[in-house]
Design a protein around this ligand. Structure first.
Ligand SMILES: C[S@@+](CC[C@H](N)C(=O)[O-])C[C@H]1O[C@@H](n2cnc3c(N)ncnc32)[C@H](O)[C@@H]1O
Length: 261
């Protein structure tokens, strides 16, 4: 092999490695920004597109349908919140929901966005554990320990994003451990329920059972954090999908259930 060929092979290899390195770096940065983990594995729950979530997402000739327009605030710097695409989904569904329930308020940014987009006269009820009560959380022995700690760490809000804003008039703040929520008077009331409280097995199971009872005919349940990094949510939903029709909304960590009865 001539010296010239040898050196040009070395240079082209170096260039290929550099190109691969920068592509991978960019991809990982993008996934981090989306707050989603990088994985090649497909998830067990079948995916659906945004247009299957609600007709307002049906694409027009030039892109997103004008009826999917929402009041929106980006997620930069907000603790434990949704990605911008997830926020778009929640905000758009809120436009068609008179009664909304959220398990897990955190900063209250999502509650504010739901209230901004919901029709006049709508109510958003959002439930969270009060900072003074976090020691009362009643985990089961086999609840994921990482998410036990996270649930306690996030129980620090008693002033919320919406607190000083006009949307507070549409928002009912409930302070309670979600296992203690008495849902018997809330049967069949809600058009939209977001499950985003403690991400441990016993809690996601309890919150989901309550949510199914609280859902109105034609209503929608969204679960956040359907991903292997939230193993209890991931496995609970994978098992549930064997019994009820669930879909994983593409490029989000949302799973959706539509009550079509
Ligand atoms: C992931 S954050 C919610 C994020 C919020 N939905 C948003 O989009 O900005 C979870 C919240 O649920 C609360 N939480 C955790 N366990 C709870 C429980 N057992 N009962 C009520 N709230 C709980 C946490 O304190 C935290 O505020």
């Amino acid at each position: 092999m001539s010296d010239e060929l040898f050196y040009s092979l070395i240079i082209s290899n170096i260039i290929s490695v550099l190109v691969l390195y920068f592509c991978a770096k960019r991809l990982l940065k993008y996934r981090r920004r989306q707050k989603r983990a990088f994985t090649f594995k497909s998830y067990p729950i079948p995916q659906c597109k945004l247009e299957d979530v609600h007709p307002c997402f049906t694409q027009s000739q030039l892109g997103p349908n004008p009826s999917s327009a929402v009041y929106f605030i980006g997620g930069e710097g907000v603790e434990a919140s949704l990605t911008d695409r997830e926020t778009w989904v929640v905000a758009a569904l809120s436009k068609f929901s008179n009664r909304i329930f959220e398990f897990g308020t955190c900063s209250g940014k999502t509650s504010h966005i739901m209230a901004m987009n919901a029709p006049n006269g709508a109510q958003v009820s959002t439930l969270t554990i009060h900072p003074s009560q976090f020691e009362q959380l009643s985990f089961d022995a086999n609840d994921d320990s990482v998410h036990k700690t996270i649930a306690k760490k996030e129980a620090k809000f008693d002033f919320f994003y919406y607190s000083d804003l006009p949307t507070s008039e549409k928002i009912e703040q409930i302070f309670s451990d979600s296992k203690k929520l008495n849902e018997t008077k809330l049967k069949g009331v809600f058009d939209l329920i977001l499950i985003d409280g403690a991400h441990t097995k016993s809690y996601v199971e309890s919150d989901s059972k309550k949510a199914f009872g609280m859902l109105k005919k034609g209503g929608v349940i969204l679960w956040h954090d359907y991903k292997p990094e939230a193993p209890d949510v991931f496995s609970y939903l994978n098992n549930l999908a064997q019994e009820v029709p669930l879909h994983h909304i593409s490029d989000t960590d949302f799973v959706i259930y539509k009550n079509k009865q």
